[in-house]
Design a protein around this ligand. Structure first.
Ligand SMILES: *Cc1c(COP(=O)(O)O)cnc(C)c1O
Length: 355
């Protein structure tokens, strides 16, 4: 593999003074990693260099036709001061699956991982120290052809940028209120819902904004055909505890295959819980929440890990899950998963990678 070039920033930014005040996605570190693709050279020119704006042609294909994918993962500082990643190769593999669907060039996963490790080595002092904080990692893949024809690009740019982020929960997990969206849809089967394509988020923003205006923190997405089956909650996967079993919708193409979702399901099984991947209709959510068979509902994703749902709003009525109070399974899964991520809890799965 081509050696990674390193160009150091001439001046360094001051590190955040108060780690609790970091706003997600606003502060970036001193360096970024980039690599380029062309059919003649393949993936080449892996470089760690100063964080700086990109120069793009106004006819850049990504800007017009949305050949764009991203990933999200975190680096965690453990009690010994070492830096850990959580299942990083799964993120790069998911980006490759998305690239195939968007007719983009899949990344060289080993070059990307080597680049990430080199970048983190140089930026290690940016991984925050306080409890619950982390360094958010944003790998991104865009097309770079300057061409207005509707045709897959021949050239690509992959880059990784880093943001130190505060703890998601400052005072323990807090149940949120969710608006069940029965008009707009996020993704349809056969489309690109299973990829972290930029366009999926554009499709979701109007509903998210309207829900916020009504006092709900996110929307619950229903399937695009019948507006009947639960898909996801905001940009998180959705899980329920019904009759004591952990239940989540199956991955059928419109749902993003979350690495947290997969980890939660494996952990739940290892803890002796029954796990079901099956369709869950919104009628079932309503009925079982009301009659108490549903004891918990929560989202899963890298940012929050677990986000308990206290209330849903659907068809003019707000109803609670477990009286609006978080349940023990969500809390236990959160504790174990974050314990593994920060190296506090034994990791029989081999998920936590110490750098
Ligand atoms: C990123 C994302 C998730 C969660 O995936 P993780 O790998 O667990 O972070 C779920 N749904 C959507 C729509 C997402 O974009």
């Amino acid at each position: 593999m081509e050696e990674i070039k390193v160009i150091r920033a001439k001046t360094l930014k001051p590190k955040p003074e108060d780690e609790s005040k970091l706003v997600f996605g606003r502060t970036f570190t001193d360096h970024m990693f980039t690599m380029e693709y062309s059919s003649a050279k393949g993936w080449h020119n892996p470089t760690v260099k100063p964080y700086a704006p990109l120069e793009l042609d106004p006819a850049n294909l990504t800007l017009h036709y949305g050949q764009a994918l991203f990933e999200g993962m975190k680096a965690y500082r453990d009690a010994n001061g070492d830096i850990r990643l959580f299942r990083p190769m799964d993120n790069f593999a998911r980006m490759c699956q998305g690239a195939e669907r968007l007719a983009m060039q899949p990344i060289d996963k080993d070059m990307a991982f080597a680049g990430l490790k080199k970048l983190l080595e140089i930026e290690k002092d940016w991984v925050p120290h306080s409890a619950g904080t982390s360094l958010y990692i944003r790998p991104t893949l865009i097309a770079t052809d300057a061409f207005l024809g509707v045709h897959a690009s021949d050239t690509y740019l992959f880059y990784i940028i880093l943001c130190p982020v505060a703890a998601y929960y400052k005072e323990g997990l807090k149940p949120v209120k969710i608006y069940v969206e029965d008009e707009y849809v996020r993704a349809a089967r056969g489309g690109i819902g299973f990829t972290k394509a930029a366009g999926n988020y554009a499709a979701s923003m109007l509903a998210g904004t309207l829900a916020e205006k009504k006092g709900y923190s996110q929307v619950l997405w229903l399937d695009a055909v019948e507006r009947k089956y639960v898909e996801e909650v905001g940009a998180m996967n959705m899980l329920f505890v019904i009759d004591g079993k952990v239940v989540t919708p199956p991955l059928r193409g419109s749902i993003l295959p979350g690495i947290t979702r997969n980890s939660v399901l494996q952990l739940a099984k290892a803890k002796g819980l029954e796990v079901e991947e099956r369709l869950v209709s919104i009628d079932e959510v309503y009925e079982t929440a009301k009659n108490g068979r549903m004891s918990e509902a929560f989202g899963s994703g890298t940012a929050a890990v677990i986000s308990p749902v206290g209330h849903f709003y659907w068809k003019g009525e707000e109803f609670a899950v477990n009286g609006g109070v978080m349940g023990p399974i969500a809390q236990d899964l959160y504790n174990t998963l974050t314990g593994i991520q920060y190296g506090r809890v034994e990791d029989p799965f081999g998920w936590s990678i110490k750098l």
